[in-house]
Design a protein around this ligand. Structure first.
Ligand code: GLN
Length: 452
């Protein structure tokens, strides 16, 4: 069923590779083992999952949406994917994404843009655009994406599905192509918070291959918590009142606040004094980390190597990288190199690290008083393809509400929150974001599943 749906939805450009034969074989094997009762069925028995093209899967190509990885095949399997397979999931294919997960619209992929199934003239969001549309269009039951500044939540919001970014360090990053290592999180995209939680339960937990992974015990995220008292919920005033927030998003967010109040929760407004510093902080730090992480793509160790006009080793590096990386990735490597250069390091990198700490402190102060913080996932619904391509600052604003969770490492979920009727066009999904303190994913999912 999924394979035929994939064939019918080629125009959305979701999958860069479909493992048709392999997936069918595995499904047969799982059916046989069930019928003959040779093994206890895993917790994800037969669940059909797609993976973003930044996750290593041994014996399969890996491109990270980039030409620089042309011809590269993964040598090992990401811990998160290994764990899904161990619970009998079926991996159906590799999903299109922005190059090295840099983008908010999936227009930065070397394999062409992904289209939003609600309106194919619009972007799906990014960078896990293919992964979100795959769930939206029913091309698999769930997807695994990565979220460095919103890449799971923002496309989930644009596509009317659920995206969960866990606490930093909850899921091992082993086998995830690095963008900004102190921000990167692997996270599920699914139809319901409970499905996303089940995938998190399976993927989470200690791993000897990632030294930043947490040793906190993994909770049963998919089974709801009993709640004895009303929750204390803060909502971000800017999420409602700020100029950039579209009227439909504002109304939808207000309705969610009213629903939560009607359910007996305490819902109060808060401000974040550092809100306007979030994106600059995020972009200084992530480009700095990216410039270092992406230095390994040098034409020698992986993928594409330039041959024409190459005279010596340095010219081979330069030509390979110039030909292999797309414009957004090149721009970010330059920005990050600048921020880390000897004369500007203190002015940019050190300062951004200090602001990062202040953002965390301010976020901790909010959560000293509240159990959750809510706001729209994005200021507007999905925009038209090409609309923001010429204006990077406008594009970066799509992440204004999502980056806080990555700057601080807090967990957050985006859930569908109605639609923008959008005049004569097709209705466009709107997302609501809930954030919770570190390792409170179970409470987060319970709130998302039960009250909204
Ligand atoms: N859109 C943001 C960026 O371009 C976030 C991307 C992500 O989370 N990977 O950096």
């Amino acid at each position: 069923q999924y394979l035929s749906r994939i064939a019918d939805h080629q125009h959305l450009n979701v999958f860069t590779e479909v493992y048709a034969d392999e997936a069918r074989c595995r499904a047969d094997e799982l059916d046989t083992s069930r019928a003959t009762q040779t093994a206890t069925p895993g917790r994800l028995h037969g669940m059909v999952i797609g993976i973003k093209d930044v996750l290593s899967y041994a014996g399969h190509d890996l491109r990270a949406g980039s030409r620089i990885l042309d011809g590269f095949e993964a040598q090992f399997t990401a811990t998160a994917i290994e764990r899904l397979l161990a619970e009998d999931a079926i991996i159906i294919g590799r999903q299109n994404c922005d190059e090295f997960a840099m983008g908010s619209s999936n227009e930065n992929s070397a394999f062409g843009p992904v289209r939003n199934a609600a309106d194919p003239t619009r972007v799906p969001g990014g960078s896990s655009g293919g992964s979100a549309v795959a769930v939206q269009a029913g091309l698999c039951l769930a997807s695994i994406g990565s979220d460095t500044g919103g890449s799971v939540r923002q496309p989930a919001a644009f596509c009317g599905v659920v995206g969960l970014k866990p606490t930093y360090g909850r899921v091992s990053r082993w086998g995830l192509v690095a963008y900004a290592s102190s921000f990167d999180c692997i996270g599920p995209i699914a139809n319901t918070p409970t499905d996303a939680a089940l995938l998190l339960e399976v993927m989470a937990g200690p791993d000897e291959f990632d030294s930043t992974v947490s040793s906190q015990p993994v909770d049963t995220y998919a089974s709801p918590l009993e709640r004895e008292q009303p929750a204390r919920i803060a909502y971000l005033i800017d999420g409602i009142e700020s100029e950039g927030v579209s009227p439909a998003v504002r109304e939808a967010t207000q309705r969610a606040i009213d629903t939560l109040r009607a359910a007996g929760h305490v819902v109060e407004p808060v401000t974040l004094s550092l809100l306007k510093h979030l994106l600059p902080t995020y972009y200084v730090l992530t480009t700095a980390e990216a410039s270092s992480n992406l230095s390994r793509f040098d034409g020698v160790r992986y993928g594409h190597r330039a041959t024409e006009g190459v005279t010596d080793l340095i010219s081979m590096y330069k030509k390979s990288r110039t030909e292999g990386f797309g414009p957004e990735v090149r721009k970010r490597i330059l920005l990050g190199t600048f921020a880390l250069s000897a004369s500007y390091y203190d002015a940019y990198y050190t300062k951004a690290q200090q602001v990062r700490r202040l953002v965390r402190d301010e976020t901790e102060r909010v959560f000293a008083q509240y159990d959750f913080l809510i706001m729209p996932t994005t200021p507007t619904p999905a925009f038209i393809l090409g609309e923001k391509s010429a204006d990077p600052l406008q594009m970066y604003l799509a992440d204004i509400f999502t980056v806080q969770a990555n700057v601080t490492g807090y967990p957050a979920i985006s859930i569908p929150n109605g639609t923008d009727p959008n005049g004569d066009g097709p209705a466009l999904p709107i997302g609501l974001q809930l954030m919770a303190p570190p390792f409170k994913e179970r409470a987060l999912v319970t709130m998302a599943e039960t009250y909204l």
